[in-house]
Ligand binder design. Structure first.
Ligand code: OAD
Length: 231
């Protein structure tokens, strides 16, 4: 059985990483246009660096939760029959034990050089004086995050997996950002069973054949156990 899983901010919520769409419409006090668009970065790169430096630093204060670990267990058992796609830029899937994670929206632990286009691991603070280890350009680094208006990573690989899967599961995502929001329809049109795991109904809920209502931390391990019991 081939399974594709898409995760969003909700899977990391119980680890203490805030989700994106808080009730005030702000991301940790900032408007989306300020901190998640190329234009916002051009206008105020210092503010954008500070925002992502803070979020990168937060990673050392959070731990994977049972949902991340359960998905790693699933990978251990079914290997390449699992495609794990995340919209999250944290590293909790990896720290939970997952080996192959498609970070379609980039990663807090990666930098992108605006001069030579290289992407490379970045663990500390990023600033207007950071130097690219490849082309040595100074001040042209940016967080390797896919901002609004930019093309997500791995889309070819993701599309191939969606077309080919038997089950598609969406965990902890509001389904408000494309193209990830449309993955359920591709999988459904190609014959997959579709499941949504979320404590609250989403605007995408009607596209799913099955709803599991509840927090990822308890519902994902439970679902994984049912899958493994059938293997
Ligand atoms: P959102 O903040 O839009 O949605 C989080 C979802 O998690 C909501 O549907 C919540 O109901 C759900 N949720 C909350 N607690 C949960 C829990 N304990 N267990 C399971 N689900 C829970 O986050 P995303 O859908 O991930 O892009 O947002 C998508 C993209 O929007 C992000 O990747 C980000 C932003 O633009 C970039 O940074 C490029």
């Amino acid at each position: 059985m081939k399974i594709v899983i898409l995760t969003g901010a909700g899977i990391s919520a119980e680890s203490g990483v805030p989700t994106f769409r808080a009730s005030d419409g702000l991301w940790e006090g900032h408007r989306v246009e300020e901190v998640a668009t190329p234009e916002g970065f051009e206008r105020n790169p210092g503010l954008v660096h500070d925002f992502y430096n803070m979020r990168r630093a937060q990673l050392s204060h959070v731990e994977p939760n049972p949902a991340h670990r359960a998905l790693a267990r699933l990978e251990e058992h079914i290997g390449e029959n699992l495609t794990l796609i995340t919209q999250n830029v944290d590293d909790l899937h990896e720290r939970g034990g997952s080996k192959r994670v498609l970070h379609m929206h980039g990663s807090l632990l990666s930098a992108l050089c605006n001069s030579c286009g290289e992407r490379f691991r970045w663990l500390g603070k990023m600033s207007l004086t950071s130097k690219c280890p490849f082309c040595k350009a100074i001040g042209l680094e940016r967080p390797d995050i896919v901002w609004f208006g930019e093309m997500p990573y791995y889309l070819g690989e993701i599309e191939a997996a969606l077309i080919d899967c038997d089950v598609f599961v969406s965990i902890g995502t509001s389904g408000m950002v494309n193209p990830a929001a449309s993955f359920v329809q591709i999988a459904h049109n190609c014959g997959a069973h579709t499941i949504e795991i979320n404590p609250y109904p989403t605007q995408n809920a009607h596209h799913f054949a099955e709803q599991i209502q509840g927090p990822a931390g308890s519902e994902v391990p439970r679902w994984v156990e049912t899958v493994l019991a059938k293997e």
